[in-house]
Design a binder for this molecule. Structure first.
Ligand code: 13P
Ligand code: SF4
Length: 302
């Protein structure tokens, strides 16, 4: 079926099944276009908690759909491509985290939302790139176990009084961006502002003007007077940046920064998923109950 036919089918099924489509900024443009809401991990969590739809179609990766299932119990949560995982989230498991907690009994566990439901259940609070510093600084404990992104953990460690115990996970996409890529782009565009995601390495963060999540970047694109931005994040954000600030230039210093998993979702898979009401994502009730506490605590920070 061509795209026009798929779009009509998705629209019809959405109405029929009382569904809402949520999309992350890293999804393909045609997926962002059919979504009722396009956002960062924080905004998507808020939407998932608030919606009164019967079915949530999550165009993103598995941990995001799990968050929706935890925050909206009783709703059907669909992940159109069941293989869409997050390799960084897979770098942390609940058993290893329990061992680390025994090693640091005084520490609080702050887990980046890019984690499994089981890891969230072992955490005191979750965070996203939009609120990580606020969340860490709000904890009464002096020591913080930060799971799983070592780059984001180092970003926080450089800006807080807390002692950060790092987990050695990383995002293969953002970690691939080299300081040399950014410096080359800076040489070619001396007037440009450099904004990079906190999942990038400390060497990259050090030479950036701003280190911020995807929503932070969109805000900078709209509000800064600069006309050219060197961007250090997944290539999918280009679509939203161009919409947010038409006429401005966005230079992706390394065009290889594409998340394979985020690109697995297609219009055909969304249509198929709505038709079959599957694949569904669910979280066992005893895990969800504990993970929900960490997520709800996160939602109080922005
Ligand atoms: P944010 O959109 O929250 O900045 O997250 C980035 C990311 O890598 C999601 O997988
Ligand atoms: Fe995971 Fe990185 Fe892909 Fe985000 S961009 S889903 S953190 S691998």
């Amino acid at each position: 079926m061509n795209d026009g036919g798929l779009l009509a089918q998705i629209e019809r099924l959405k109405r029929q099944k009382k569904a809402i489509i949520l999309s992350h900024f890293y999804q393909r443009p045609e997926i962002q276009d059919i979504a009722d809401y396009v956002g960062d991990s924080f905004g998507l969590s808020q939407q998932a908690a608030q919606t009164d739809a019967d079915v949530i179609v999550f165009c993103g990766v598995r941990f995001m759909a799990e968050v929706a299932a935890i925050l909206s119990p009783g709703k059907i949560v669909l992940l159109p491509e069941s293989e869409a995982g997050c390799p960084m989230a897979d770098m942390a498991d609940a058993e290893s985290l329990r061992s680390l907690k025994k090693q640091y009994p005084e520490a609080a566990v702050v887990s980046y939302v890019n984690t499994s439901a089981e890891v969230k259940a072992e955490s005191d609070v979750c965070c996203t790139s939009a609120n990580v510093l606020k969340v860490v600084n709000s904890m009464p404990q002096r020591q913080i176990i930060f799971v799983p992104d070592r780059n984001m953990g180092q970003f926080v460690a450089a800006r807080t009084e807390k002692e950060i115990i790092l987990w050695q996970g990383y995002c293969y996409v953002h970690d691939h961006l080299g300081a040399d890529d950014v410096l080359r782009a800076k040489q070619a565009h001396a007037e440009a502002l450099v904004m990079v995601h906190p999942e990038c390495s400390p060497a990259v963060a050090e030479i950036a003007d701003y280190v911020t999540g995807t929503t932070g970047m969109l805000k900078l694109a709209r509000t800064e007077s600069a006309n050219t931005f060197i961007v250090g994040t997944e290539i999918g954000l280009e679509y939203a940046l161009k919409k947010a600030a038409p006429g401005k230039d966005f230079i992706f210093s390394n065009p290889d920064l594409s998340c394979f998993n985020m690109k697995l979702t297609t219009l055909a898979k969304v249509a198929d998923s709505l038709e079959k009401l599957g694949p569904q994502v669910s979280v066992p009730a005893h895990v969800a109950a504990r993970a929900r506490l960490a997520l709800e605590r996160m939602l109080t920070f922005y």
